[in-house]
Design a protein around this ligand. Structure first.
Ligand code: LMR
Length: 348
């Protein structure tokens, strides 16, 4: 009996040893060296969260940025994009960036004004007449000063991206005159200046995150909104708010931001790749935004359920006059020098 037991144990040990060797359990091999392969330890991952769809000026710009840095770094820098607010929304993305839970975001300038009131300068109504003025503002002298201001909230400012002019989309009535704004519930991005803008028009501004907007329109809590055609189109808002006034009354643009500690942790050459990639895509991004809004305009024009109306010169002037007091408010709570610099940047 004892003999059989010992034989069984010895056989089992021999079996385990043979199988283990055949399965390479105790063998260690050096991984083959591949010059083109960046080691996992050398990889830099930048998680980039944003709230809009991929086929929008910001969505396309984020993709282009990821592609450029990947090329320039030979795959060492990997930008992982999380669109549509799947990770963070308007209300928590800045906190997530500052905590280091995410490395990059690109909130609208309006959404930064709670932390940096002087940034409201780019939200002033009727300050831009043409697209080239927008480019001059987002990439001129003022833009450098605005980016530098981010250090006061411990955020690294990289660049600005354009989306385009905001329009007014309404559920029931096509908005043409200042009087039609009375008591109208209008969704705004969280911003004192935007709130004041609609208060001056006697409307009822309601601040809502982009992610919550669809539901609130559906529930009739919000009848109108100001947004770009690309945002109205890509999220299907135009289906519920099909009366669209082409007012070009304000700008919707983005600040491209990085977590400050993460930025400082990057080596100089990675920092250079990031800044160069963004610089290289400035013009492309601006033109892409114009083209996309134009394409969405054509798609909306082709939709029989959508009404598009361009403000007459006189109506535009009436809106402008009604909103004029906001400039004085900006000078009181913002920075008059920023406004002067903006005029300087866009004057040509
Ligand atoms: C909005 O909230 O309407 C926009 O800021 C969304 C965006 O990021 O373009």
């Amino acid at each position: 009996m004892r003999f059989y037991l010992i034989s069984a144990i010895v056989t089992l040990i021999i079996l385990i040893t043979v199988i283990s060797f055949r399965q390479d359990v105790w063998q260690t091999y050096a991984l083959p060296y591949d010059e083109e392969q960046v080691g996992l330890n050398d990889q830099i991952t930048i998680n980039f969260s944003h709230v809009v769809a991929e086929n929008t000026p910001k969505g396309l710009a984020a993709d282009k940025f990821a592609q450029l840095v990947k090329e320039k770094s030979n795959g060492k820098i990997n930008v992982q994009i999380y669109p549509n607010g799947i990770l963070y929304n308007d209300e928590n993305e800045l906190a997530a960036l500052k905590n280091g839970d995410i490395q990059m975001i690109a909130p609208t300038i309006s959404k930064m004004t709670e932390a940096l009131p002087s940034w409201q300068v780019l939200d002033l109504p009727f300050i831009f007449e043409r697209e080239d003025q927008i480019y001059a503002a987002l990439h001129g002298e003022l833009s450098k000063t605005l980016l530098a201001e981010l250090s006061s909230i411990n955020v690294h400012g990289l660049s600005f991206w354009n989306n385009g002019f905001k329009q007014i989309a309404s559920k029931n009535e096509l908005i043409q005159t200042v009087e039609q704004f009375q008591y109208l519930t209008v969704r705004i991005m969280t911003s004192d200046l935007l709130s004041q803008q609609f208060n001056l028009l006697n409307a009822e501004p309601i601040s809502t995150t982009f992610n919550d907007l669809y539901k609130k329109i559906q529930n009739n809590e919000i009848l109108a909104q100001e947004n770009t055609l690309s945002n109205l189109y890509s999220k299907g808002f135009y289906k519920m708010q099909p009366q669209i006034t082409l007012s070009n009354h304000g700008l919707l643009a983005y600040s491209v931001l990085m977590n400050e500690d993460f930025w400082q942790s990057l080596d100089k050459s990675s920092q250079k790749i990031i800044t160069q990639s963004l610089k290289e895509m400035d013009r492309w991004q601006h033109e892409q935004a114009i083209a996309l809004n134009e394409q969405n305009l054509q798609q909306l024009q082709a939709d029989p359920n959508v009404t598009l109306y361009t403000l007459s010169k006189q109506q535009r002037e009436e809106w402008r006059v009604a909103l004029q007091p906001i400039y004085q408010s900006y000078n009181n709570i913002g920075n008059p020098q920023f406004l002067a610099q903006l005029y300087q940047d866009i004057k040509n």
